[in-house]
Design a protein around this ligand. Structure first.
Ligand SMILES: Cc1cc2nc3c(=O)[nH]c(=O)nc-3n(C[C@H](O)[C@H](O)[C@H](O)COP(=O)(O)OP(=O)(O)OC[C@H]3O[C@@H](n4cnc5c(N)ncnc54)[C@H](O)[C@@H]3O)c2cc1C
Length: 394
């Protein structure tokens, strides 16, 4: 008899969350190995929509595009711990990140704060990839100090009229929609005047200007709003609730960025490169290599402590910031040692052949740079640890 789990059209009827953890992990691993197209594995940077659309469609048809969403809304209904397993397996397989902010950010926000009409319109389109979202939070003078944002949304009839600019908006050129924070009130505490709005990127008055990143790719954009109208029905929550809504997702994000999987994979590549180039005979290299290995082991142990917390359904505290710092800085050191190990190849873009394995020596260096900036910069994470964990004076 056919295993229903091989029937890609019918998987949404399966209760994935009911499977034992290790059975679930095995299922996910096997399916990824059998189905994930080679070209979306280990991409050098963020994938654009046209590069991963068919992979999105495959996950959507499988019913796996939204692990955290309830099954009634088209998700997998996974517990937080099973979501971690899913992410770990995707990372282990090297599946590149898609333009997934609708799934990871807007979906959970609408499920919690959206009106019935917003849920009915946006959630199915977000799952199917008809609505691709970008995040409009940061502005030229409001990044770490996000509450200083100046983009305004002024009520006018049935609409809000938006003026201002957002910057570093990842993949805005691919997005059909933006979720943004805009100032709807200038009185009171600056956090209290911020609202959370949804916006169709085809609305008149929007200009999207791509910005090249360090690797020369158009990964993010500056977006300008000149009298852009969005219906009042696209306000999420109530006016002034934007800050609370935006903050509601942050703890879990830090656990994701703090996963040891990326440094582990990069380290395995470094090991292969070092072996091929005979570097294990060099004591200076060995010292750096060993220190890095121990850091990754420690990072994995710390990560497991937080994962166990999630498994026990306990909320994550401010101490999760240490994972974000540790993982991103370890990844950067790993990529720097890779450059050194690659010698002259470290200056080349593109793959080199390392004992039959194609390897891009430079790409991890580029792709690990922004990790210490986004998701709340590492200096800000250190401030959180100093204040909320160590109780140090301001
Ligand atoms: C690859 C990438 C993708 C991004 N994608 C998006 C996106 O899709 N949408 C979006 O809205 N934003 C996005 N961002 C923006 C990101 O959130 C901001 O870059 C980040 O919040 C930092 O803000 P900033 O760049 O304005 O730097 P600033 O806040 O100006 O900081 C500059 C430096 O000063 C330090 N600093 C600032 N304040 C303090 C303090 N109080 N104490 C100690 N040090 C401090 C910072 O750590 C940093 O080193 C992205 C950024 C990157 C790199």
């Amino acid at each position: 008899m056919n295993d229903p789990r091989n029937d890609t059209a019918g998987d949404t009827r399966l209760d994935w969350d009911a499977l034992a953890d290790e059975v679930f992990r095995t299922e996910v691993r096997a399916w990824l190995q059998a189905n994930c197209p080679e070209r979306v594995r280990f991409p050098a940077g963020r994938m654009h929509w046209h590069e991963c659309r068919d992979w999105w469609d495959m996950l959507y048809r499988k019913g796996w595009i939204a692990p955290a969403w309830p099954t009634a809304l088209g998700g997998m209904g996974l517990s937080p711990f099973k979501q971690i397993i899913m992410v770990e397996e995707l990372e282990r397989h090297g599946c590149g990140r898609m333009p997934d902010q609708g799934i990871t950010q807007v979906g959970p926000i609408l499920i919690r704060y959206g009106t019935p009409a917003q849920k009915a319109w946006f959630l199915p389109r977000t799952l199917s990839g008809e609505a691709i979202w970008c995040q409009g939070y940061s502005e030229p003078n409001a990044g770490s100090d996000l509450a200083s944002l100046q983009t305004t949304a002024v009520e006018d009839g049935d609409d809000y009229v938006i003026d201002g600019s957002k910057i570093w908006t990842t993949l805005a050129m691919d997005a059909t929609h933006m979720y943004l924070l805009a100032r709807t009130d200038r009185g009171g505490r600056k956090q209290e005047g911020i609202s959370f709005l949804l916006l169709d990127m085809r609305a008149p008055g929007i200009t999207v200007r791509p910005i090249r990143n360090i690797a020369g790719d158009d990964e993010f954009c500056q977006v300008f709003f000149d009298g852009v109208r969005t219906p009042k029905d696209n306000l999420v929550g109530v006016p002034g609730q934007g800050w609370t809504i935006a903050k509601s997702l942050l703890g879990f994000e830090r656990l994701g960025i703090g996963s040891p999987r990326r440094p582990q994979l990069a380290f395995a590549r470094l090991e292969k490169l070092a072996r091929a180039r005979g570097l294990f005979a060099d004591p200076v290299f060995m010292e750096r290599f060993t220190a890095l290995r121990l850091d990754i082991v420690d990072l994995s142990a710390a990560y497991e402590v937080f994962v166990e917390q999630v498994r026990r359904s306990e909320p994550l505290g401010p101490d999760v910031s240490l994972l974000k710092i540790w993982a991103t800085e370890t990844m950067q050191r790993c990529s720097e040692l890779m450059l050194d190990a690659g010698d002259e190849y470290g200056a080349l873009g593109g793959d080199i052949d390392v004992d039959g394995t194609p390897m891009n020596v430079l790409a991890p260096f580029y792709s690990s740079r922004p990790g210490t900036i986004y998701g709340g910069s590492n200096e800000i994470q250190r401030n959180i640890l100093a204040k909320a964990v160590l109780g140090l004076p301001q």
